[in-house]
Design a protein around this ligand. Structure first.
Ligand code: NDP
Length: 460
């Protein structure tokens, strides 16, 4: 049976930048099912010829590592049909031509998810349909719950794939391998030995023309509510019995449930909210966020978010997990840093060693462990030594890895409905506190380390 991949939001930035390049990579790696084809839809007046031109240009830009003939073969898989994803008649027409082996991908503005899911349900989905929904899933815990109820009217949970492409990243998957395939880590992976965990996603990239989405979301919703909380969940979860989606997602869900609620006072003490002003990044001038095209300064959207959370269970009580992300910062720094507690007693030297640190870098993918050893020539002095390993070329881009699992119907790399709701529960008090002005929006020039209040976390 031929598989039809229907994209709602066919002309979107996400489709051109990530989704179709992922299809192209899966075509090359031989992971597309026989007869696979893509039907893209959007409301605008267009047709297959014009759409294919657009796709060819996007693939050249975003899948430039593929040979021209490989990109051309992907373009041939694609056709276009104008349709409003919120209009049940339009959706029914598109589905009527799609056949029974259907994947529906919602690459739409978040506000259209609800109407689009209703339209799909009314159109009637063939048994076995897989529904893929982009992030952010909902705008609040209640909204995510409503969306989940809508989705479950149409399909069982196992057929729903809420995308978080971080789960397709090699280093993120390595978190599971590293933690559970090494005997030496588990005995120290707890509050007795770990002092703090930082999850950092600092970017030199500024807004890059994405105001229509980003200005409505901000750093907290764009990154913390999904990607960074997923990293926290993988870092802090109990060992799953198997790598079955149920075991893995149950363990992640347990962690999210255990993240302590931040009351208003905690939001003031434990979060930092910032926004970049004009500056220079890597020698290029960057305008202030509020001067970027399409930004409404009145919204007070943050481009920097830092949140300190605790996971209140036996393993982690009291250990701060700091999640931080920002745009237009001085350097790209994308990593998890696990900082161990100091040794309890040092017999032979006054020098206080740096604590051991395990660093997991997300691009280039690398794992490093900082140890303390004796100084050269002087056995009574100490110095840092780093054991590190490059994880090598991930092979497929993260989006392609996630999509490959969708194609085989395995939701292991997707967010379960209850995880999405719980993630909103965690960030909602922060959003509310920020909207109420309880935490000042601190300006910091582009190219700086972000607001001073953020501190430096564990230094690189
Ligand atoms: P865009 O605004 O670039 O694209 C949205 C697309 O949806 C357009 O093709 C638009 O075309 C179409 N569209 C809008 N309303 C409807 C409708 N009622 N029916 C059918 N098509 C419609 O958004 P992005 O591609 O940036 O984002 C899409 C989703 O992906 C969002 O949920 C976003 O949060 C998520 N995402 C985006 C990322 C990115 O880097 N861009 C990264 C991660 C997630 P037309 O107006 O012609 O209908």
């Amino acid at each position: 049976m031929a598989c039809t991949f229907v994209i709602f939001g066919g002309y979107g930035d996400l489709t051109g930048r990530f989704l179709l390049p992922a299809v192209a990579h899966l075509r090359r790696s031989g992971d597309l099912p026989d007869g696979f084809r893509v039907v893209a839809t959007a409301r605008r007046d267009s047709d297959t010829d014009r759409y294919r031109e657009w796709v060819a240009e996007r693939l050249e830009r975003h899948a430039g590592d593929l040979e021209p003939n490989e990109r051309a073969a992907t373009v041939e898989l694609v056709s276009f049909e104008p349709a409003d994803a919120a209009d049940p008649d339009d959706v029914a027409r598109v589905l009527a031509g799609a056949g029974d082996d259907l994947i529906a991908y919602l690459a739409l503005p978040p506000a259209v998810y609800g109407p689009a899911i209703e339209a799909l349900e009314r159109a009637g989905l063939p048994a076995g349909t897989r529904l893929v929904v982009e992030k952010p899933f909902g705008e609040s815990e209640d909204h995510a719950r409503e969306l989940n109820a809508l989705v479950h009217r149409a399909l069982p949970e196992e057929a729903v794939f809420r995308v978080d492409h971080f789960l397709g990243k090699q280093t993120v998957q390595n978190l599971v391998g590293l933690r559970f395939a090494n005997r030496i880590l588990e005995p120290v992976w707890n509050r007795d030995h770990i002092e703090a965990v930082d999850v950092v996603w600092d970017e030199t990239l500024a807004l890059e023309g994405r105001a229509s989405y980003y200005d409505g979301a901000g750093a907290l919703v764009d990154m913390v509510q999904n990607h960074l909380l997923q990293l926290l969940a993988l870092l802090a979860m109990e060992p799953p019995a198997t790598l079955d989606e149920r075991d893995l997602r149950d363990r992640k869900y347990d962690v999210l449930r255990a993240v302590a609620h931040l009351d208003a006072g905690e939001v003031e003490r434990s979060t930092v909210r910032g926004r970049y002003t004009a500056g220079e990044v890597d020698g290029r001038a960057v305008p202030a966020y509020v001067e970027e095209e399409g930004v409404d300064p009145g919204r007070g959207t943050e481009t920097f978010a830092q949140v300190r959370l605790t996971v209140e269970n036996w393993r982690w009580a009291g250990v701060p997990f700091t999640l931080r992300t920002g745009k237009a910062l001085a350097a790209d720094r994308r990593e998890v840093v696990v900082r161990f507690r100091p040794v309890p007693h040092l017999a032979f030297c006054d020098q206080q060693p740096h604590p051991n640190e395990l660093r997991l870098q997300l691009g280039p993918d690398r794992v490093a462990l900082r140890l303390t050893v004796n100084g050269p020539g002087d056995p009574f002095s100490l110095r840092d030594a780093e054991l590190d390993t490059d994880l090598g070329d991930p092979g497929l881009p993260a989006y392609a890895t996630v999509l490959r699992e969708v194609l085989v119907g395995n939701p292991i790399l997707s967010i379960r409905g209850d995880e999405a709701e719980e993630s909103w529960r965690i960030v909602e008090p922060v959003l509310a506190g920020w909207r109420a002005g309880r935490v000042p929006l601190q300006d910091a020039p582009a190219g700086s380390a972000g607001p001073a209040a953020a501190g430096s976390l564990s230094g690189p």
